[in-house]
Ligand binder design. Structure first.
Ligand SMILES: *Cc1c(COP(=O)(O)O)cnc(C)c1O
Length: 364
């Protein structure tokens, strides 16, 4: 079961506001709100005062609209053809323009009298080299886009950081900010600078000069630190998800018993072993090694052997009173998801986003 704490989402949003007091907040709820449940998480964040939401794909934005979520919703992938562009306009969504093929579509549909206005966030590639227009082409694309009658004013400018989570890469982040500022200056129409958005969670915490008009936090809203080796708790964040599973069996294994598929872990003595009803079929990572931490009855215990599709074995030597039915905490309250992520060689975003549909979400 994944218990989702709506008050933690509100608390973490308030932490974003303290870090970026002059910025509006676009709460990122892509990938099922990082596994927390798209619609209930979005509603909680809007209720807590988020100025808008961001999702990766159009389908996610449409699910929000179907659920009655109004207000600003930015589709980070933007449109892929005329049909999705018109859907975005009809549903009153905001969309990112990051690619020439999208510009062709907009050119074809963007004339006067074509349909409802389109709110565009033009993306510059300042160093991530994933999406966005190269600095050399950005000003020309900006001018062309802004001049299209159907494109709503003001046009927004955005970019995305490559390594804001890594304090050792602060120089690279500073170069991206300088590149972005150079582009805005090159637009040179002498008027007010356009609304701008650069910061993900890591930059909200570590790059205050990137905050500008809109920040785009994701992971920190869910209570985890985006910084390498960090812990949400140290930034005053609270975990929004606590993932638990019951012990479905508690047994004694003999010294030398090889536990789980492949027998990768061997009992060093006669000992109690628990089996939790969770596995990679629920999104609990299969590559978590033996020894990775879990909590049983509030005490730390350790994975023993390979995680299988539905089950995970647990060394209960430090929890000898555990009984079938007792909950095992995989992460959340009392055990930071960052710790599990480090053990899995992953980032907390990945662990949270992979929690599957088989896991019941209980929103409280
Ligand atoms: C996912 C995403 C974010 C949020 O990133 P976090 O690291 O979770 O804060 C912000 N902007 C863009 C473009 C994204 O894709």
């Amino acid at each position: 079961m994944a218990r989702i704490d709506g008050s933690a989402l509100a608390h973490n949003l308030a932490a974003v506001r303290r870090c970026a007091p002059r910025s509006r907040v676009l709460a990122v709820v892509k990938a099922d709100a990082y596994g927390h449940g798209l619609v209930p998480a979005a509603r909680a964040l809007v209720r807590a005062g988020a100025d808008g939401l961001a999702v990766a794909r159009l389908g996610e934005a449409l699910a929000l609209r179907r659920a009655g979520v109004a207000g600003t919703v930015l589709v980070l992938a933007g449109w892929s053809g005329a049909e999705s562009l018109e859907r975005i306009a009809a549903e009153d969504l905001d969309a990112v323009l990051h690619e020439r093929a999208q510009l062709e579509v907009l050119r074809a549909r963007g004339g006067a009298g074509g349909g409802p206005p389109v709110r565009v966030w033009l993306k510059a590639d300042t160093g991530l080299h994933r999406l966005g227009f190269a600095p050399a082409e950005f000003p020309a694309v900006w001018r062309e886009t802004a001049a299209l009658p159907r494109v709503a004013a003001p046009l927004h400018a955005m970019t995305h950081f490559a390594a804001a989570d890594d304090p050792a890469a602060a120089d690279a982040t500073a170069r991206q900010i300088a590149c972005f500022d150079g582009l805005l200056a090159a637009l040179g129409d002498g008027g007010a600078p356009p609304p701008a958005s650069l910061a993900n969670s890591a930059a909200v915490l570590a790059a205050p000069d990137s905050h500008r008009d809109w920040v785009r936090p994701g992971i920190m809203l869910y209570g985890a630190s985006p910084l390498a080796g960090g812990r949400g708790e140290r930034h005053g964040l609270r975990p929004a998800m606590t993932l638990t599973a019951p012990l479905v069996a508690v047994r004694t294994v003999e010294r030398g018993a090889a536990v789980g598929y492949g027998g990768t872990w061997t009992a060093p003595e006669r000992m109690p072993l628990g089996v939790a009803g969770i596995g990679y079929g629920d999104g609990y990572p299969r590559h978590l090694p033996s020894g990775s931490p879990v909590l049983v009855g509030g005490r730390r215990a350790a994975l023993a052997g390979r995680v299988s599709m539905d089950l995970a074995a647990i060394d209960l030597r430090r929890c000898p009173d555990a009984r079938p039915g007792d909950p095992v905490t995989l992460w959340g309250e009392g055990l930071a998801v960052e710790e599990a992520a480090e053990a899995a060689g992953a980032v907390p975003h990945e662990l949270l986003a992979r929690v599957g549909p088989r896991v019941e979400r209980v929103f409280a």
